[in-house]
Design a protein around this ligand. Structure first.
Ligand code: SAM
Length: 338
């Protein structure tokens, strides 16, 4: 028997391009040039990211999926039945599928992502596979939880669980990571967070993961400027920018930059910005953690660290964190509002 057809929900959305225009103007108008990696993800950026996940050099996705496949039943036991899952930066929902299949009576799944079209398509297909789970796409920025559209209050007896795989937390600076975790611990009062974290390892392994031979990561990086040309009407000479990614051992992070090889003037609305040959535009950080370092960060940000699952080579880790907040009968957090 074929599955019942479930209509795709319209995402709850709060984005508009004026944020991108404002942040790009701030980036070009100050030095060093720096912009949030969240702007990588339009439809094309999300598809390029999916290709990165399949690259032989990119151990991250393969390794995390291996951990999930081996230990998902134990993770589901830690989470317990009747979960209402909120995934931050949900992407193509590959890992959400594994989790929903393993959980006992998952009740609701809220996918938060900034990439609107991609999210709509991915959640529509997930709803077909899980007709009994209420699936809610939310287009929004997880670094601004107070600005997300209101979510339904968890039903009596259900627990709110956060899911944050892919080491996406590593794209946030340490201060923002602490703020995110602290906001998440309030939102997830009475529940917890299952989070994937990439670990410190040999610099050569990290270097090749972010400098693949096929040039997909370079195309992903340059898509930020191509997207600005498409959406903001800028006139970046995209091909003049070289992809530059390296590991900084002191800061334990990969830095990704676009280095301009020829001087150019870039228009953005009424303004024009002079870019010098050799100028770097810093597009992304990817923080790597030690197991103890991450557990300390979580403990200082409103969570009690629980079980940790790693691959045999300790390339990657998945952590179960229990929120230090108890669930109040009427929580003041605005996301509780129906
Ligand atoms: C590194 S990918 C991870 C995707 C998926 N969770 C996985 O593990 O494969 C990051 C995802 O988060 C989304 N994203 C990045 N920054 C975001 C933000 N500030 N708010 C909401 N979504 C964001 C991107 O669109 C993308 O789908």
């Amino acid at each position: 028997m074929s599955a019942p057809v479930v209509p795709a929900r319209t995402p709850r959305a709060i984005l508009d391009t004026s944020d991108f225009a404002r942040d790009m103007a701030a980036c070009l108008g100050s030095r060093p040039h720096e912009i949030s990696p969240k702007y990588f993800y339009d439809e094309r950026g999300s598809r390029l990211f999916d290709r990165i996940c399949e690259l032989p050099e990119y151990y991250v996705t393969r390794t995390e999926l291996g951990i999930f496949q081996r230990d998902i039943a134990r993770m589901a036991d830690a989470i317990g039945p009747d979960a209402e899952v909120i995934e931050f930066g949900a992407g193509s929902l590959t890992k959400a599928r594994l989790l929903l299949r393993a959980l006992q009576r998952p009740r609701r799944y809220v996918a938060v992502d900034i990439s609107a079209e991609h999210l709509q398509a991915a959640t529509a297909s997930l709803q077909q596979e899980f007709p009994e789970v209420e699936i809610i796409p939310v287009v929004g920025d997880f670094t601004n939880m107070a600005g997300l559209p209101a979510l339904p209050r968890p039903r009596p007896g259900n627990r709110r669980i956060g899911f944050f795989p892919g080491s996406t937390l590593g794209n946030l600076g340490l201060g923002d990571a602490r703020r995110f975790l602290s906001d998440a611990s309030t939102l997830l009062a009475g529940g917890g967070l299952l989070i994937g974290i990439d670990l410190v390892k040999l610099p050569a392994v990290l270097h090749s993961a972010y400098n693949d031979a096929a040039g997909v990561t370079a195309a992903f990086n340059r898509n930020l400027l191509a997207r600005a040309n498409r959406e903001l009407g800028t006139d970046f000479d995209v091909e003049a920018y070289a992809h530059h990614a390296f590991y900084h051992p002191g800061l334990q992070r990969i830095e990704m930059h676009l280095v301009c090889m020829t001087a150019q003037r870039v228009r953005l609305g009424e303004r024009e910005f002079a870019i010098r040959a050799g100028d770097s535009l810093h597009t992304e950080n990817s923080q790597k953690y030690t197991l103890d370092g991450f557990r300390s960060l979580a403990a200082a940000s409103g969570f009690s660290p629980g079980a940790v699952w790693c691959d045999p080579q300790q390339l990657f880790s998945v952590h179960w964190l229990v929120s230090d907040h108890q669930r109040a009968s009427t929580s003041p957090h605005h996301l509780e509002n129906p």
